[in-house]
Design a protein around this ligand. Structure first.
Ligand SMILES: [Zn+2]
Length: 145
């Protein structure tokens, strides 16, 4: 056996080792992901069958920033890790919903960015104004497609 063990093609990147625009569309993660190396298979293109059974390919929490021990905990089905994954998804969705809410209340993209900046000055976040602008723009564009 060439790859050893029970390895199958990565369901997130389809074996390419990188997540591209079409993968993001296929997995319905347009507002969540940007093209990057594949966190699911860690760029290997192959993953264990155990992983495929446990972890949905579209799980945003499984990102390139996720520490190794947390990744392992997800694959082993650790309830606390899965709870964190669920909250992570909720927080990301809430963020998108807030942008849409503010947009529907006639705030301009500029004003929406200012709103998030004002709030993050109360609880500091890492995004720059430029990153926020790009993201707000993406959400609004996706909404009007
Ligand atoms: Zn992959």
């Amino acid at each position: 056996m060439i790859f050893g063990g029970n390895k199958v093609e990565c369901p997130r990147c389809l074996g390419k080792g990188v997540v591209e625009k079409e993968d993001i569309i296929r997995l319905d993660r347009v507002l969540h992901w940007a093209p990057d190396s594949c966190a699911y298979c860690q760029g290997q293109g192959k993953v264990s069958t155990e992983m495929v059974e446990m972890v949905p390919p579209g799980l945003s929490y499984l990102s390139t920033n996720l520490p190794f021990y947390e990744r392992e905990a997800l694959i082993k089905g650790d309830p606390a890790a899965w709870e964190r994954a669920e909250y992570d998804e909720l927080v990301a969705q809430l963020y998108i919903d807030e942008i849409i809410f503010l947009h529907r209340h006639d705030l301009s993209n500029e004003q929406i960015v200012s709103f998030f900046q004002l709030r993050s000055s109360l609880s500091p976040q890492e995004e720059s104004r430029e990153e926020l602008e790009v993201y707000v723009q993406r959400v609004i564009e996706h909404l009007t497609v």
